[in-house]
Design a protein around this ligand. Structure first.
Ligand code: 13P
Ligand code: SF4
Length: 365
């Protein structure tokens, strides 16, 4: 953050909630259509309420490319989401992340040098270009999406992973899936791929810690990455809820472990979780295994349904939480002052290849 910014952040922490609200509403009105605020479902309520458009990663990626009238796409989410908005939006548009510290710890578990090294090592055993399709979960840096674009692969989200894997197996015999092992394993298992055909690549070990026989027999090579929030949910939590509320519907996000997902009634993206609960009749009982802010919002929105959070401890995405009303106001008022703070600009060459991978995904589903 530079000291030259026309509107400073620190004093905004002295404002009352009512003052913050009045200034955010006024700033949004002053900017009008020039600025669209996108909000991920994990955003805290004090920020989410100002989003013009909300959704899961796939929906937000599509929306980012469908608002050409907005010069600014202000992303209340995490860094990789704002990168996707930058890549898919028009050249005259600028994506903004109100707090640069809003990253994703899972996305940080795979980086380009490590994935390139993995590809090189696999190539000593297989003809990587001919046999492997690289698929990156959208929760990844733009250069990894670029890697997939360059090597005939694509991107997936939690809502289209099955379609994307199906497409990949129509292209080549194996998939290298990063960074989330759980999404890859849960999706593969739902497609009938055996656990023994999905092996775990540990990037710090030679050959990922795998034998040549394991690699040759594998259909999916899973990167050893995970979400630190979703890994907190345990199969025992589901068992406890089922004892307490027989007949309850358990819905989990596919970033939860295989053991948790096997015990759930349904798996889905944040958007799917929201629609399943909204569509259910009054009196329905749900236990939900995903980030706390979304579950609490659904609870408040639908008091006529019984909605519980799966874990007895808090599972919150601390990086999503970085975006607070103060940062939102700071970004908006600086735009009014002609100052763009925290623009997300993916370097042109990286963006071009990442766009290839993202457009491939959008063409699949
Ligand atoms: P969704 O695409 O389901 O919104 O998930 C994004 C995410 O980061 C979940 O942890
Ligand atoms: Fe990343 Fe997990 Fe947060 Fe989603 S919940 S943004 S995967 S750290």
């Amino acid at each position: 953050m530079t000291t030259a910014n026309k509107v400073a952040l620190d004093p905004l922490y002295q404002l009352t909630d009512a003052e913050l609200d009045a200034r955010i509403v006024a700033a949004k009105a002053a900017l009008g259509n020039r600025c669209v605020i996108l909000g991920h479902h994990y955003q805290r309520e004090e920020v989410y309420r100002y989003a013009d458009l909300t959704g899961d990663s796939l929906k937000l990626a599509r929306l980012a490319s469908q608002r050409p009238e907005a010069d600014y796409i202000l992303f209340c989410g995490v860094h990789f989401m704002a990168e996707v908005a930058d890549i898919l939006s028009a050249p005259h548009q600028t994506a903004i992340l109100p707090d640069m510290a809003a990253g994703c710890s899972m996305a940080d578990m795979a980086d380009l040098p490590a994935v390139e090294d993995c590809w090189r090592q696999l190539n000593t055993l297989l003809d990587a270009e001919a046999t492997l399709t690289p698929i990156t979960y959208v929760n990844s840096a733009a250069d990894l999406k670029g890697f997939c674009g360059e090597h005939g692969g694509t991107v997936c989200t939690s809502s289209n992973a099955a379609h994307v894997l199906k497409w990949a197996f129509g292209e080549r015999e194996k998939v290298l899936f990063f960074p989330d092992q759980h999404l890859g394993r849960n999706t593969g298992a739902a497609m009938g791929i055996g656990l023994e055909e999905m092996v775990l690549w540990r990037p710090t070990e030679p050959m990922g810690g795998l034998t040549p026989a394991q690699i040759k027999a594998a259909k999916i090579i899973l990167w050893d990455g995970f979400c630190s929030v979703h890994q907190l949910f345990q199969p025992a939590h589901i068992e406890q809820w089922r004892q307490r509320l027989p007949g309850v519907q358990v819905i989990c996000h596919p970033e939860c472990s295989f053991e948790v997902c096997q015990k759930a009634d349904a798996l889905g993206s944040t958007e799917l979780i929201q629609s399943r609960v909204r569509e259910a009749p009054a009196g329905s009982q749900f236990v939900i295994g995903t980030e706390l802010n979304l579950v609490n919002r659904l609870k408040h929105e639908m008091p006529e349904k019984e909605i519980h959070f799966l874990s007895p401890t808090l599972c919150m995405c601390s990086t999503m939480f970085r975006i607070d009303p103060q940062h939102l106001l700071w970004s908006l008022e600086n735009l009014i002052a002609g100052e763009v703070v925290n623009p997300i600009v993916v370097p042109a060459q990286q963006a071009a290849m990442a766009k290839v991978a993202l457009e491939r995904m959008l063409a699949i589903v």
